[in-house]
Each structure stands twice: as C-alpha cells, then as structure tokens.
Design a protein around this ligand. Structure first.
Ligand SMILES: *[C@@H]1O[C@H](CO)[C@@H](O)[C@H](O)[C@H]1NC(C)=O
Ligand SMILES: *[C@@H]1O[C@H](CO)[C@@H](O)[C@H](O)[C@H]1NC(C)=O
Ligand SMILES: *[C@@H]1O[C@H](CO)[C@@H](O)[C@H](O)[C@H]1NC(C)=O
Ligand SMILES: *[C@@H]1O[C@H](CO)[C@@H](O)[C@H](O)[C@H]1NC(C)=O
Ligand SMILES: *[C@@H]1O[C@H](CO)[C@@H](O)[C@H](O)[C@H]1NC(C)=O
Ligand SMILES: *[C@@H]1O[C@H](CO)[C@@H](O)[C@H](O)[C@H]1NC(C)=O
Ligand SMILES: *[C@@H]1O[C@H](CO)[C@@H](O)[C@H](O)[C@H]1NC(C)=O
Ligand SMILES: *[C@@H]1O[C@H](CO)[C@@H](O)[C@H](O)[C@H]1NC(C)=O
Ligand SMILES: *[C@@H]1O[C@H](CO)[C@@H](O)[C@H](O)[C@H]1NC(C)=O
Ligand SMILES: *[C@@H]1O[C@H](CO)[C@@H](O)[C@H](O)[C@H]1NC(C)=O
Length: 872
C-alpha cells in the first residue's frame, strides 16, 4: 500500500519535472535562444532552463527569491528579473553565470544592508551592466552600500543604483576599476554631496544624479573627476541655480561634453536670471551640449553672454520663460552652435506630472551620444526628421534657436524701445547654426520684412506660435530646407512671402486659417517660386476648394498633404509634377477622384513612378457615376493607403467597405448595365410617344396645316394674287364643291339658275381652276376668293377625296376668317352616322338647304340659296 503511494508520488514528481521542462515554452515566448516570461504571474524562477538559452527575461512577475544554483549549467548572457518581489539574494543565486554580461534587478525590494551576501556577485566575472535601482525602501534610512558584494564586479562598466541619503561610496566602488557609467537616479534619496564623495569613482565617464533630492553639493565635489564626459544633475528642484553653477566651478575634466542642468529650480519659482557670475563658473568648460530646460529662465545678463562656452554645439532651453533682450546679439559669437531648442516658452505646467520628469529619456540619449558629441544634431538631419517626432501634431523635441527670437523682441520692452529700422536691419545669427526650434512659444506678431545675416539654418520650426500674418519677404534664409509655420492662426500670406526661399524642400503650414488665402490665389503666385519644394503640408486649413493653378511652380513636389480639410472635389492641376509620390487626402469630403487625376496616376505608373494616395476618413461614393473611378482604383496602378478600410455609400445611402471592392464593382456593373437598358427603353418609348403625339397633332390639325401651307404658298405665287384685305370684293360669289358624278346638277341647273338668272358669279372647278396648278392650291384659292362655298352633299361627295378636302378647307377658312363660308346643299338623304364629323357639326348648326326637284320647291330653293350666298 505505502509502496504504491511512494511509487505514485515518484511518478507524479517525475511527470511534473518533465512537463515543467516543456512548460517554459508553453507559458513563455521562446525565440531561438531567448526565453521571454514577461508578465506571467510567475512566483518562482522556472526550473530546467534549457542550457543553450542566452537571454532570459523574467520581468514583471512575482518572483520572491532566486534559489541557489538555479542557473547552474546555463550560459546566459542577459538576465532580467526586474519588477519582481525579490527581497534577498542567496549566496549562490548566480552560481554558474560566468558568461553573464547584463543583469537587471531594478524594481525589487532588496535592502542594501541585508540582501546582498558578500560573495553573491563573485561568479559574475564578466558582468558589464548591473541595474539595482529602485530597490531602496524609504523606511530604512541609514543605508550603506553592499561594498563587499560589489567589489567582485571587476568587469562592471555600467551601474545603476539608488542614491542613499549618505552617499558614501566605499571600497566596493573603488574596486570597480572598469566602471564608466554611474547612475544614481531611480529611487535616489541623496541630498548632500561632499568633497570626497566621488573619490572612489573618479575615473568614471558619466555621472547621473538626476531626480535625487540634492540640496547641497560641496564646491570641490566634482573636482575629482579626470575623465568625466557627461554630468547630469537635472531634476533636483531644491538645488537652485546658484548652487548648481557653483558646484560646476571645480570641474576640470577636459573631456566634459554634456552638461544637464534642467529643472534645478522649483517649477513654480519666479523668473530666473543667469548672471555673469553664474556663467563664469562654467566658462572654462569645453562642453558641447548644454541642457537648461524647465528652469523658469527669463533673462541672461549681458555680462553672461561673452562667457558662454564657445564650444557649445547644442543649447536646449525649452520650457522656460525667456524674455528677449540685447543679449541675443552676442550669440553670433557661438561659432560652433548647431542646434538650439528654445521651444515651449511660457507653457503651463501640470503640477502633477512635473515631479515625474522625463529625465531618463535624456539619460539614454546622452549615453548613446557620448562617443560623438554631435550625434544629437546629426540626427536633426532634415530627412530623418521623423525620428524625432517632428511631425505637425507633436512638435516637442526639436532643437531650436535664437535668430527669430530677435523679432520676438519687437513686442518686448527690451527691444521695442530700440529705434533701428527693422526693414534695413540685418539680424545676426550664429553662423553655423542649422537647427532651430522656437515652436510653441507664444511668439506673437506678424512676420515683417526682415533679413538675416550670414547663416546656415537648415531647419526652422516656428509652429505653434501666433505669427498670424506673413508679410515678408524674408532675406538671408538661403540655406533653409525645412520650415514649419503650422498652427499659427495665420490668415494672410503676402504673395511675395515665399519668394526668397531658394532651397526650401519641406514646408508645413498646417492648422492655420489659410483657406481664403489659397482660394484667392488663382494665379498660383504664393508658392510659385518654391521650385525646390518636395513636401508641402497644407492640411487642417478648412479648405473647401483650391484653384487649379495654386501649385503651378512646384515642379519637384514629392509629397502633398491636404488632409483634414473639407475638400469636396479634386481641382488641382498637378500634371507638371513629375515626381509626386504621395498625396494625403484623408479626412476630407471627397466622393471620388476625377478623370484628370486618374490620368495623372496612370501616367505616373506608365513612367514607372509609384504614386500613393490616402483617401481614408471620408465616405466615397459607389454609384454608376463613380464606377470608372472604382475600376481605376482596383487597377492598382495608383496605390491607396489602407484601401480596405475605405467606406463608400451607394445610391441608397447604404455604407459599404472597399475591402470587397471587386464585389462592389461587379454589383455596380450589373446594376448600371440594367440601368442603361432601362434608359434605352425609356428613351425609345419616349420617342415613340412623341412621334405619336406629333403625328396625332399633325393629323388633328391636318386641315389647318394644309390650309396655311397653301395660303403661304399662294401668297408667293403670282397665279393667285391674294389680297389680305377682308373687305375687298370677292372674285366669286360662291365656290361650288361637288363630286364629278353630280356634275350635271351644277352645269345645268346651278349655272343656269344662279349665274344666268340671279347674276351670281360661281367658281366651278372644271371651268375656273388655273390649269397646270396644283389642285390643292387651286382649291384653297377658290375657297379664299369666293364668298361662300357650296357643298353639294351626295353619296358621291362623301366618297370623293377632293370634295372632303374642299369641305375641310372651307371649314378652316371659316374658322380662320370668322365668316360663315359653308352652305350645305343636301341633295340626297344620308344617314347621320355616314356623315363626317365636320359635316354633322355644320348641319347641326342648321346652315343647310334641302335640294328639291319639285318645281315649286325648286323656285324657293334657288331663291333661298341665292339669299344665303349673298348673306354675310
Ligand atoms: C500583465 O498581464 C495582465 C493579465 O495577465 C494584464 O492585465 C496586464 O495588463 C499585463 N501587464 C502588462 C504591463 O503587460
Ligand atoms: C536548445 O536546447 C533545447 C534542448 O535543451 C533544444 O530543444 C533546442 O532546439 C535548442 N535550441 C537551439 C536554438 O539550439
Ligand atoms: C552544476 O551542474 C553540474 C553539471 O550538471 C554538476 O556537476 C554540478 O554538481 C552542479 N553544481 C552544483 C553546485 O549544483
Ligand atoms: C512580496 O513578498 C512579500 C513577502 O516577502 C509578501 O508579503 C507580499 O505580499 C509580496 N508582494 C506581492 C505584490 O506579491
Ligand atoms: C578591492 O580594493 C582594495 C583596495 O582598495 C584591495 O585591497 C582589495 O583586494 C580589492 N578587492 C578585490 C576583490 O579586488
Ligand atoms: C574636503 O573638505 C574638508 C573640509 O570640509 C577638507 O578638510 C578636505 O581636505 C577636503 N578634501 C578634499 C579632497 O578636498
Ligand atoms: C578647454 O579647452 C581649452 C583649449 O583647448 C583648454 O585650454 C582648457 O583647459 C580646456 N578646459 C578644460 C576644463 O579642460
Ligand atoms: C540699408 O543699409 C545700407 C547699409 O547698411 C544702406 O546703404 C542703405 O541705404 C540702407 N537702405 C535703406 C532703405 O535704409
Ligand atoms: C506684399 O508685399 C509687397 C512687398 O513688401 C508689398 O509691396 C505689397 O503691397 C504687399 N501686398 C499686399 C497685398 O499687401
Ligand atoms: C490590387 O491589390 C490588392 C491588394 O492590395 C489585391 O488584392 C488585388 O488583387 C490587386 N489587384 C490587381 C488588379 O492587381
């Protein structure tokens, strides 16, 4: 029984060992020889680390101890156990780590006096970097360093360790003969530094005392250093400017290059003045970089100016309260100056955030740049500007300069009292300065006509000020390649302002109020001289439309940013730009791109040049109208950034995603094809309807049309001289309209009775029509020239084409002249339903006479007829 239990136990243990061996890569990320167990809620160092592992990352866990021999037989090079819950190390915690180079133990709970057994670091013969910072527990106030543990770290080059209140570096530090970089920031509680404090480490290259709580530094404390290159005493707000400078007097390391004095005064102190005495303390230093950020600096005394070390290449004074005065004219002597960052003057401080300053950021950039003093400025290379987050939304860390601060002086008491004529005044600038940042500094005035002296300024960031009118022209900016005037509340640019920037390659004028300025520039004069320009950013200017010629001069443009405007249509002419690669049209109100644009894209493609367009952030249109645009997009000749995220709207306002562009196009093609069939059918039927309508109108008015046709025709025809005068005598009393079959009645009775007996003059077609003339013309002429038209109504009459014709002509005549023309003589009874409508109407109006053969009636008939003919 018990034997079984034991066996099972053994089996289980065996299993768990085996599984835990595999587990390490199940819970952690194993990449080649790296095992990353970050944030894995580990309570202990995982056992059985594969012996070939070189990098082991155990940070952000809850490990409480490092057991003896746990790393035996591994060949780790880097071990990170930071941010755990380790409160002590064992004597053999690091046994077997002869290969280790980097050890990170920061953010644990190790106490200097009790946590470090004397020989704990003894195996680490190759350790170069050790981080023990942020372990100090504030309650244990009388700390001293674990000198007996540290002394073994013969190879150590970089040590990060908390500054204890009494910074007493003992023999352990003096044994670190290879130490170069000593950093006490982290949880630094050091307030006083004495003249012997750094004696054990006098050979180090970099000393960082940032974010300690320094109050006092004895005058000769830094005098012991012989090879110091970088000294950082930033963010010690209780130090004060005078004590900070005084401490530097004793520095005489010939290699000192970087000095960081940022935030050494209370963030809410009244304005700070750098006096001549202050500057005198550092004038002997051959420093190349001086950081004096966040110091409430308002003024530099005139006497201080000539004492500024001429070796300076970088000056950073961001986030101060600089007031500009005469002293600025001395800066032209700083012939080595390359970068100046004077941005964020007068910015307001967040009391919460200021006590957790970003000094570590500086520290790391210093460390990297210590071998090459100008690295910082070299990175300010115009083309790699992005590395430094100098984009338009986040211009914060760009080095900056002085020249333009002089203009700023116009509105400060110091300079406004000067009586020089600015228009003819050349502003001196340090001759080699390349990178200048005066952004976000509440500089507030219209940019006047001004000229700079000989200078090399390549990059100038004036964004985020209140330079609200750009009048210019500006002289002396011949080397300028990168200029930002974004975010300046500007609503006016003189057409000559940009005329004198011969080498400008990148121009940012985003986030202003320039819509009206651009809209008015129909001739394209503002930018036309910027022929070297490659990047133009006019985003966020509330632009609705742009004149086609606006960019006419920009033949070398590569990148155009029009994003965040309210453009509804693409109107610009860009055909002259041969190298355009990127057009940002995101966040506008475009629905598609016109054919000119598409042709441009295709021509670039044909020329083997890649054009990329960003149309995100707006709802395009997916309808039959935009189908050619969508097809063009699909062709991929022009590249669209994040095309799959684009949205479009169909004609039913339904939102579609362009990720299924193919399907959308297919759908539209079908829809639009059926639409065009429908359009054809509709047009066709419309045509038919119109023809029918016109036809029926013609039919309906056929008599009138004929009447007027012949009327007009006759009027120009000498055969029928027509007199329009209504009152003239008619040529005939009556025109007799009859069918040939009834000819007898006419030739015998009618002629005899009416012509011979009653003396009337009849028009009878076979006798009186003009021979050789069109019969229709003759008929009209007869109707017009006769007082009445007699209609001999018989069956034959109804069957005769010409009779009906005559009847209708007579009818139109009576309508158009208003006289009573027609007299119907009913010769035989015809049922009403066989009579034409026109005749029925006439006979309803009662104007007809019945013909009769009976002799008595006959006499009455002829008498009546005569009366009717003569009546009006
Ligand atoms: C660590 O992991 C937890 C959950 O496992 C997560 O909530 C937390 O955000 C992670 N922390 C970090 C810094 O990744
Ligand atoms: C490391 O060793 C483990 C066994 O301990 C092996 O499975 C793995 O393939 C090795 N990795 C490399 C990259 O050699
Ligand atoms: C270290 O590992 C080796 C090989 O596995 C072994 O021989 C040695 O005893 C181990 N040392 C200790 C102190 O465990
Ligand atoms: C750290 O370890 C101590 C015991 O040494 C324990 O009391 C504490 O809860 C642990 N803290 C965390 C965050 O696990
Ligand atoms: C440390 O330096 C002292 C002299 O300052 C020397 O006596 C001692 O041997 C050194 N210790 C080691 C471990 O090198
Ligand atoms: C440090 O100052 C003390 C007096 O405060 C002086 O006695 C001592 O010689 C000085 N040491 C050095 C190294 O300057
Ligand atoms: C700075 O350089 C000058 C001239 O090269 C030299 O005389 C001076 O000693 C240097 N200063 C320091 C502190 O090394
Ligand atoms: C500008 O200054 C130059 C000399 O510096 C002088 O010759 C010229 O007349 C001045 N022009 C004006 C308009 O004052
Ligand atoms: C633009 O500047 C020129 C030269 O400074 C000036 O003559 C012109 O009047 C200005 N134009 C406008 C519209 O103000
Ligand atoms: C265009 O590119 C997309 C992916 O970007 C691809 O899915 C599609 O097939 C391409 N179309 C053509 C016609 O090359």
């Amino acid at each position: 029984m018990s034997l079984l239990k034991v066996t099972m136990l053994v089996l289980m243990v065996g299993e768990s060992v085996i599984s835990s061996h595999h587990d390490i890569c199940e819970n952690c990320v194993c990449r080649q020889l790296t095992i990353d167990c970050t944030n894995n809620s580990l309570k202990a160092v995982p056992p059985n680390i594969p012996p070939n592992t070189t990098i082991l990352i155990l940070k952000d866990n809850n490990i409480e101890e490092i057991p003896d021999y746990i790393f035996n037989q591994t060949s780790l090079v880097s071990l990170d156990i930071s941010n755990n819950n380790i409160s002590y190390l064992s004597r053999n915690s690091f046994y077997g780590l002869e290969t280790l180079i980097t050890l990170k133990l920061q953010h644990n709970r190790m106490d200097f006096t009790v946590s470090y057994p004397d020989d704990v670091f003894k195996p680490l013969v190759n350790l170069k970097n050790l981080d023990l910072s942020s372990n100090l527990v504030l309650s244990t106030i009388n700390e001293s360093y674990p000198n007996r543990a540290l002394r073994h770290l013969k190879s150590l080059q970089e040590l990060n360790i908390d500054g204890i209140p009494n910074l007493n570096l003992g023999e352990g530090f003096s044994n670190l003969t290879n130490l170069l970089h000593l950093n006490f920031s982290g949880n630094c509680q050091t307030s006083n530094i004495y003249n012997n404090t750094f004696v054990p480490v006098s050979h180090i290259h970099e000393l960082i005392l940032s974010q300690c709580h320094l109050r006092l530094i004895h005058n000769s404390s830094f005098g012991v250093f012989t090879q110091l290159r970088l000294l950082d005493i930033s963010f010690n707000i209780n130090l004060g400017i005078d004590r900070a400078f005084r401490a530097l007097r004793s520095l005489n390391s010939p290699d000192l290059r970087v000095l960081d004095l940022s935030s050494v005064v209370d963030p809410f102190a009244v304005g700070i003045v750098i006096s001549g005495v202050n500057m005198n303390q550092i004038k002997h230093l051959n420093i190349t970089e001086l950081y004096f950020n966040h110091n409430r600096l308002e003024l530099i005394e005139l006497e201080a100016i000539p004492q500024i070390p001429e070796t300076l290449q970088v000056i950073s004074v961001l986030d101060n309260r600089a007031t500009y005065g005469w002293y600025l004219f001395g800066l032209e002597n700083l012939i080595n100056l390359v970068c100046v960052d004077s941005s964020q003057q007068y910015s307001s401080h967040d009391p919460e955030s200021h006590h957790t300053p970003q000094s570590s950021r500086y520290v790391s950039s210093f460390s990297k740049s210590r071998d090459n003093d100008s690295t910082f400025c070299q990175k300010m290379n115009v083309s790699s500007v992005d590395l430094f987050n100098i984009n338009q939304s986040n211009i914060s860390s760009l080095p900056a300069g002085k020249p333009l601060e002089i203009e700023n002086g116009l509105h400060t008491p110091a300079l406004s009292s000067l009586s020089f004529n600015l228009k003819n005044f050349t502003i001196s600038v340090p001759p080699n300065i390349k990178y200048v940042n005066v952004s976000k500094s509440i500089i507030n005035f219209p940019i006047p006509n001004m000229r700079f002296g000989n200078n090399s300024v390549k990059l100038l960031d004036m964004s985020g000020n209140i330079l609200n009118r750009w009048e210019g022209p500006i002289g002396g900016v011949t080397k300028l390649e990168w200029l930002s005037l974004s975010n300046n509340f500007c609503d006016y640019i003189n057409e000559t302002f940009f005329d004198s920037f011969p080498g400008l390659r990148e121009l940012f004028v985003a986030s202003n109020f320039l819509a009206a300025v651009f809209e008015a520039d129909v001739k394209g004069n503002i930018f036309h001289k910027l022929q070297t320009l490659e990047t133009l950013d006019i985003s966020e200017n509330k632009i609705r439309t742009l004149p086609p010629a606006l960019l006419r001069g920009l033949v070398n443009l590569k990148k155009l940013d029009l994003s965040k405007n309210i453009l509804k249509a693409w109107t610009l002419d860009i055909d002259h730009m041969k190298d355009l690669r990127y057009i940002d049209l995101s966040t506008n109100q475009l629905t598609s791109l016109p054919v000119q644009f598409r042709n441009y894209g295709d021509s670039q493609y044909d020329a083997n040049k890649e054009l990329t367009v960003d149309l995100s952030g707006q709802t395009l249109r997916c309808t039959c109208d935009t189908l050619p645009f969508l097809k063009w997009m699909k062709s991929n000749k022009t590249i669209f950034v994040r095309r799959d995220d684009y949205k479009c709207e169909d004609n039913k306002k339904k939102e579609l995603t362009l990720s299924n562009l193919d399907a959308i196009i297919l759908q539209l093609e079908r829809q639009c094809a059926s639409l065009s069939v429908m359009v054809t059918i509709l047009t066709g039927s419309l045509f038919v309807i119109a023809s029918v309508l016109i036809g029926s109108l013609i039919y309906r008015y056929r008599w009138k049309l004929r009447y007027f046709y012949y009327l007009t025709r006759n009027r120009y025809h000498k055969a029928f001289p027509l007199d329009d005068n209504e009152n003239t005598q008619f040529e005939y009393h009556a025109f007799v309209s009859y069918a040939d079959e009834d000819r007898l009645l006419v030739t015998q009775d009618m002629r005899q009775k009416l012509e011979t007996e009653h003396g009337l003059n009849l028009c009878i077609h076979h006798r009186d029509f003009v021979p050789g003339e069109d019969i229709a013309a003759n008929i009209l002429s007869a109707v017009r020239n006769s007082k009445k038209t007699l209609v001999l109504l018989t069956k034959h009459f109804l069957n005769s084409y010409w009779c009906i014709y005559e009847l209708n002509m007579a009818k139109v005549e009576s309508i158009s002249t208003g006289r009573n023309v027609i007299i119907v003589i009913v010769c035989e009874r015809i049922p009403a339903n066989e009579l034409p409508e026109a005749l029925v109407q006439l006979m309803r109006a009662d104007s007809y006479i019945d013909y009769t053969d009976d002799p008595e009636g006959n006499v009455v008939f002829w008498a009546n007829l005569r009366r009717s003919i003569l009546a009006d």
